[in-house]
Ligand binder design. Structure first.
Ligand SMILES: [Zn+2]
Length: 119
């Protein structure tokens, strides 16, 4: 049992490092969701390919896939949120107004689309 926990913690650390590496390699042009899924897929294949030689496929699967799912989930949660540029609180990436300070978040320059054609 102690061996298994040690193995899981090892897997968490290894997969964390590998997913960071893949996401860094993908650069900033890929959006955060795609990056999270790509990193997950690449590291799953890599870890299973490598570890199934030493511990067998199913043990490798049960060790690395749960660890990677944790990082995937955390990445997806992080991808949905951002920090408000005005007050620094965490808000949804799609937000137009900050729910904490009420300031308008300009999303890629389309904030000045107020129609002033009132007659
Ligand atoms: Zn704010």
């Amino acid at each position: 049992m102690g061996v298994l926990i040690g193995q899981l913690i090892g897997a968490l650390i290894i997969t964390f490092a590998l997913t960071r590496l893949v996401k860094w390699a993908l650069g900033k042009k890929v959006d955060a969701n795609t990056k999270a899924f790509l990193a997950f897929t690449i590291v799953v294949l890599f870890a299973l390919g490598l570890a199934s030689h030493t511990m067998g496929f199913w043990e490798a699967f049960l060790t690395y896939v749960p660890a990677l799912l944790i990082w995937l989930l955390m990445d997806l949660i992080r991808a949905r949120n951002m920090n408000c540029p005005f007050c620094g609180e965490i808000i949804k990436r799609k937000a137009i107004l900050c729910k904490h300070c009420g300031k308008e978040i300009s999303t890629s320059g389309i904030s000045s689309s107020h129609t002033e054609n009132k007659i």
